[in-house]
Design a protein. Structure first.
Length: 239
């Protein structure tokens, strides 16, 4: 398998790669080392890429091409790219899931937005311009994207450095229940729905539906959701 990435050096940005078991770099120092040490030499940029897990340390071993979860520090700059792309078009937004719960790693990104229908296409265009690859979109999920893992030093384009991002549209009046739903955890959502059921309601991201009258009660904040269920508010990081 061939790996490519970019590393910022003191005098420019250099392309670092591993192909057919051989490392290479476009920096002059590697070219000099190659002339003196033809047997697969390494420069500091190659070593930096290995330390960052962008290249395998053993050229005969492949990196995991489909990691199940990404360290939080790896996706932080990708999230900033997404934030900048959606902010001009939405009334409100939140990055939910394990990211919002403060976990040390994340599997994917769940983004909820409160947006006017006429702004949806402009936001989608902005996300594509920002580097997102459109996968699909249906129902309440406006679009599903694959985003490259960006960081302050480089934009890595290896397949294993793509993270899934789902953008879901949420009505303004349902923001509180939507935050609970998309933030999780799964066990906390099950607990809240169980309590709601015992009270005669069905709980979803859209609100509390009275099982008899079918009336839907909306809440704008998570505090109101917990208060309605008559239970103590659980901080996000403890869910």
């Amino acid at each position: 398998m061939k790996y490519n990435c970019s590393i910022v050096g003191n005098t420019g940005v250099y392309s670092v790669s591993l192909d057919k078991g051989k490392y290479s770099c476009t920096c002059p120092h590697w070219q000099f080392r190659l002339s003196r040490q033809p047997d697969n030499p390494k420069c500091r940029h190659i070593n930096e890429a290995i330390v960052k897990n962008l290249l395998p340390s053993d050229p005969t071993i492949s990196l995991d091409v489909s990691p199940k979860r990404y360290p939080r520090v790896v996706v932080i700059h990708t999230i900033e790219v997404i934030r900048k792309a959606i902010t001009p078009h939405v009334k409100d937004y939140e990055i939910c899931g394990s990211w919002r719960r403060g976990k040390s790693d994340v599997k994917d990104l769940d983004v909820i937005v409160c947006i006017e229908s006429e702004q949806i296409n402009a936001m989608i265009t902005n996300l594509v311009k920002a580097g997102g690859t459109l996968v699909k979109g249906s129902g309440e999920v406006i679009k599903r994207f694959q985003f490259p893992i960006f960081n302050k030093d480089s934009c890595i384009n290896n397949n294993w450095n793509m993270i899934q991002c789902e953008i879901s549209s949420v009505p303004y009046e349902s923001w509180g229940t939507a935050l609970c739903h998309y933030t999780g955890s799964m066990m906390e959502n099950i607990r809240l729905r169980s309590i709601a059921t015992n009270m005669g309601y069905s709980l979803s991201q859209y609100g509390f539906t009275n099982n008899l009258t079918k009336e839907i009660i909306h809440f704008r904040t998570e505090y109101e959701v917990y208060n309605f269920l008559n239970i103590p508010y659980v901080p996000i990081i403890n869910r």
